[in-house]
Design a protein around this ligand. Structure first.
Ligand code: HEC
Ligand code: HEC
Length: 301
């Protein structure tokens, strides 16, 4: 006959077994996800020369402004914490970039920005490095020179923490780190023989708009958020386009673009008039080019 003592011991044993199994499972998820993030090797070869020329630094500031470094790393580059917005990621911390640029060398910063590999040798998770793969060497150098020269604004930031939800997706093979996304970014299509305005426009589009609208700018789906094919701009006049870029307001005065409006005001409002002309000239060529439904980056979604 079972007595209370036996039942009690059995219960304790069961609880212990459950606790042990949970700990072993957590350890497995943690180790496997860490291994995945650590399986990256930065490519060397970025040649960086010190240059404190004011025009060069201004170029770097313009790149930082128009490519969204301020929006995510803070308007004074002081660092920002993403908790509620990206709850599934855990605690993502965009570091204080002015400080970071003094603590790390140019190659380390380049590896983070264009290759998606952090200073600790692990792949980045939230920083959209795939958007910067095509940044030209001189723009990359100007960006670094600017970050090194920007005043350091002190701010206390928490330790970043990759959450269990993200780690579990990694273990199941359902989410990729930024270094993996970055290698899928295709090369620029236009070259020295093409119309220089379109060449400049493609470069701008594929180091800005491709963060959200797909690597080929032909639309993308992130979770349940749809980002349209930029061939939609065929419907925009020159003035409509400039208005969208400067205010975030769509054609016909529509303001139903929450994310787009935010990035337009934070980044694209700072494009020069020439840059806007180049960008629109290129985006207007999109309707004439076919979409590749099998593009490798699309399979990562
Ligand atoms: C969408 C938001 C976002 C944008 C845009 C962004 N970053 Fe980041 N960045 C982050 C986050 C978040 C991290 C922290 C690492 C992570 O979670 O991936 C980070 C990390 C970094 C790091 C440190 C990586 C390391 O650990 O060594 C550098 C350097 C960096 N970003 C530079 C830039 C620059 C330069 C730009 C603009 C060209 C930029 N970032 C644009 C969000 C962003
Ligand atoms: C951070 C993400 C992000 C970036 C970067 C971005 N977009 Fe968007 N865009 C969106 C989203 C999301 C929508 C859909 C509306 C919404 O939810 O804000 C959109 C909608 C649009 C629309 C549709 C407007 C309409 O009439 O409905 C146009 C045009 C557009 N974007 C152009 C651009 C161009 C050009 C760039 C690059 C200079 C760009 N976007 C960069 C996220 C982005």
């Amino acid at each position: 006959m079972l007595n209370a003592a036996v039942i009690g011991r059995t219960l304790v044993f069961l609880l212990l077994a459950i606790a042990l199994a949970s700990a072993a499972f957590a350890a497995y998820v943690y180790t496997a996800s860490e291994r995945y993030l650590g399986e990256v090797v930065p490519q060397a070869g970025f040649a960086y020369e010190e240059n404190q020329d004011p025009e060069f630094l201004e170029r770097g500031r313009h790149i930082a402004r128009t490519r969204g470094c301020f929006g995510c790393h803070g308007q004074q580059l002081e660092g920002l914490v993403f908790e509620e917005e990206w709850a599934w990621v855990g605690t993502a911390v965009a570091p204080n970039l002015a400080q970071h640029a003094r603590d790390h060398d140019a190659m380390t910063i380049e590896a983070a920005v264009r290759q998606g590999i952090g200073h600790d040798g692990k792949a980045l998770w939230s920083m959209p490095s795939y958007n910067f793969v095509l940044l030209a060497d001189d723009d990359m150098a100007a960006l670094i020179a600017y970050l090194q020269s920007a005043p350091v604004i002190e701010k206390a930031l928490p330790e970043p923490d990759l959450g269990w939800e993200a780690r579990w997706l990694i273990v199941r093979g359902e989410a990729q780190h930024m270094a993996e996304w970055a290698v899928h970014m295709p090369e620029l299509l236009l070259g020295p023989d093409d119309d220089p305005q379109l060449v400049r426009g493609e470069y701008l589009a594929k180091t800005t708009c491709n963060e959200c609208h797909g690597f080929d700018l032909r639309g993308d789906l992130a979770g349940d958020m749809a980002m349209p094919d930029l061939a939609i701009l065929a419907a925009y006049s020159d003035d409509d386009f400039r208005h969208l870029m400067k205010t975030g307001e769509a054609i016909g005065g529509r303001s139903d673009l929450p994310l787009m409006s935010m990035v337009a005001r934070d980044r694209f409002a700072y494009f020069t008039e020439d840059e806007l002309s180049d960008l629109l000239a290129y985006l207007r060529t999109l309707p004439g080019t076919p979409i590749d439904p099998d593009a490798s980056w699309r399979q990562l979604n």
